[in-house]
Design a binder for this molecule. Structure first.
Ligand code: SAH
Length: 248
């Protein structure tokens, strides 16, 4: 189960935080690290020093250019956020995330990605809107932002608690869903197709977006569609596009 949880760091600027993250992960039995467009050299003396023997995690990390590449195969994407944003999104506590993990990872195909933001500016709204849910570590509201590696530590600990709980009982808490869930990549293709179609039929004007796509994203992500269901929706979009072309 722990092998199918990925820690994703976006735009990290301090190598020490990458080392600290590796240590936190290895302490808790996680090993899958992805670095999205790091703003520093990931492997420096600082990294090795803060990793305290877990630098193999950094050696094995995938460095990619976009969030898309880091979480494309994930069936649940959770963004860690120190503060709330303009359009409220489903929020979960670290403990609730822990409780959900065994069922989320019951199927072999399932992958969970936990996404962390930049030291100075966190995650952008666009990045947060690509997540199924946001997790906030409850902190002093007057001083809510944890050090990046410390935030990873808290969530990695919750992942381990979920795994230990599962070891104690014999199997996953719930039966896996009968159909595989859509992956992040499949969802993003659907959103792109949806936006194209809404523009083509004159329902959506990208010049005055009124948060339309963000609201549709939130609605769709909340439903956790299966791959098959998403294929039906894409079929409807294709038929709609064809009808629109006919009329022109
Ligand atoms: N100054 C930034 C915070 C950056 S801290 C801001 O205002 O958004 C770096 C990252 O650590 C954050 O992007 C987030 O992923 C994680 N983090 C820090 N504190 C957190 C908290 N209380 N809950 C959840 N994630 C947190």
């Amino acid at each position: 189960m722990l092998e199918r949880i990925r820690i994703v760091l976006i735009g990290t600027s301090h190598p020490g935080n990458i080392g600290g993250t590796a240590r936190a992960m290895h302490n808790m039995g996680l090993s899958d690290l992805a670095l999205v467009a790091p703003r520093c050299e990931p492997l420096t003396a600082d990294t090795v020093s803060r990793a305290s023997g877990a630098d193999h995690i950094v050696h094995g990390a995938h460095t990619v250019e976009s969030l898309e590449q880091a979480v494309g195969d994930a069936t649940l994407v959770v963004g860690a956020s120190a503060r709330s944003r303009t359009l409220p999104w489903p929020m979960i506590t670290p403990r609730a995330l822990s409780d959900r993990l065994p069922a989320e990872l019951a199927s072999r195909e399932a992958r969970v990605a936990l996404v962390f933001g930049r030291e100075d500016s966190g995650l952008s709204n666009a990045e947060l809107q690509r997540c199924h849910a946001h997790v906030h570590i409850p902190t002093n509201p007057d001083f809510s932002s944890l050090n990046l590696a410390a935030a990873v530590q808290v969530l990695a600990y919750e992942c381990r608690q979920a795994w230990l709980g599962q070891q104690a009982t014999s199997g996953p808490a719930e039966a896996p869903p009968s159909q595989p869930l859509a992956s992040h990549q499949e969802l993003e293709r659907y959103f792109a197709h949806l936006e194209r179609t809404l523009v083509a039929i004159g329902f959506h004007d990208p010049a005055t977006p009124r948060q339309l796509m963000a609201r549709l994203r939130r609605f769709t992500l909340r439903a956790r569609p299966e791959r098959l269901e998403l294929n039906i929706l894409r079929g409807i979009l294709t038929a709609t596009e064809q009808q629109a072309e006919h009329r022109e």
